[in-house]
Design a protein around this ligand. Structure first.
Ligand code: ZN
Length: 354
């Protein structure tokens, strides 16, 4: 595949502290299989009353109200109290804001490949198997660039990410699955996280609970200051596959807490403050009708190619919802544009950039 990299500014130089601080930073976040329906409308009136919700009273009292805007805010406070006010949102199909996968497979590896490389590859990426990605992600290119070398890190709940990012070839630091922090200068918090993670019996064999992914990422950012961070939360997809709507919803709310925590840390940290853009999207959607297709996704599930995007930061407009048709293969070029680079695959979403 053709990869073009044009350095618009700041090539060939020694990196002083001042230049380090002014280097644009990026945090890309994915919420595996989280539906735009819940992001833009809150809890689903059918699912909350269905067999898939075993805690109807609790979910109803915490997340339901007849006012659609209030219902959306209850579940997604980060997106509605922070991003809608200061950034952009894409994917509310009822308001003529649409975003879709270009790939036709509508499951995880093809979606993450499309997000991170800017090009759907339905020929070669056809399974979730642990096969090293033949395509080059923008994370890999940045990690081998002059400005961002060694400053790219990924924290992922699913244990296939070392292959999607091709950790071996790219040298991007990837903490995924049940990886513990193994640095020589390990912090007390990392030591504690390692211990608690090893003593936790989570629900799944290939996906860790997001609380570990999140806290490993947060601690790494505070201590080691990566300029480009990718965080891939995974719980929403797995709880949905389990047919567990109450945990799917509680996990979505928890992810909002995580995102708020990251954004607050960014605003108070001298290295990240006013230099950092955050982009949040998803690998695929899920079904809607018939209602049980909510559990799954894939090429045969209607609507599973429908996704969303949110962004906030110095390079992003404060426009709230953006109308139009957008695609998953634009995420890489948009991310690179924010850092001052052109990326040949996919077009940046210029409508959201300042
Ligand atoms: Zn899935």
């Amino acid at each position: 595949m053709l990869l073009g990299l044009t350095i618009i500014f700041g090539s060939c130089r020694g990196v002083s502290d001042q230049q380090e601080k002014s280097l644009p930073k990026l945090i890309l976040v994915t919420l595996d299989g989280y539906r735009w329906q819940e992001l833009f409308h809150g809890v689903d009136s059918v699912l909350i009353n269905s067999e898939f919700n075993s805690e109807k009273d609790q979910l109803t009292s915490n997340f339901w109200t007849n006012d659609p805007a209030e219902r959306t805010r209850k579940l997604n406070p980060f997106f509605y109290e922070i991003v809608q006010e200061q950034g952009v949102l894409i994917g509310n199909r009822n308001e003529n804001s649409l975003m879709d996968c270009r790939n036709k497979l509508w499951f995880s590896y093809p979606g993450y490949n499309e997000i991170l490389t800017g090009r759907a590859d339905d020929e070669r990426i056809q399974s979730n198997d642990k096969e090293p990605n033949p395509n080059i992600t923008f994370l890999e290119t940045l990690n081998q660039s002059e400005d961002y070398r060694g400053k790219v890190a990924a924290f992922c709940s699913w244990d296939v990410f070392p292959f999607i990012i091709n950790e071996e070839r790219s040298s991007v630091y990837v903490s995924a699955g049940f990886d513990s922090a193994g640095f020589q200068d390990i912090t007390r918090n990392e030591g504690l996280l390692n211990r608690i993670q090893s003593q936790t019996s989570g629900p799944w064999g290939t996906v860790r609970l997001d609380v570990f992914t999140h806290n490993f990422a947060l601690e790494y950012m505070k201590q080691r200051k990566p300029a480009v961070v990718y965080i891939a939360y995974g719980e929403t997809d797995d709880f949905a596959h389990d047919g567990d709507y109450d945990h799917y919803i509680r996990s979505a709310k928890l992810t909002n807490t995580f995102l708020t925590e990251i954004w607050e840390m960014v605003q108070t940290d001298e290295y990240y403050r006013d230099q950092t853009t955050m982009i949040i999207t998803t690998d695929h959607g899920r079904g809607t009708v018939p209602i049980e297709t909510w559990r799954g996704h894939g090429g045969s599930v209607e609507g599973a190619g429908e996704i969303f995007l949110a962004a906030i930061g110095p390079g992003i407009k404060s426009s709230g919802l953006i109308e139009g048709q957008f695609y998953q293969d634009q995420v890489a070029a948009t991310s690179m544009k924010l850092l001052g680079y052109d990326w040949e695959n996919g077009d940046p979403i210029l409508e959201i950039l300042r």
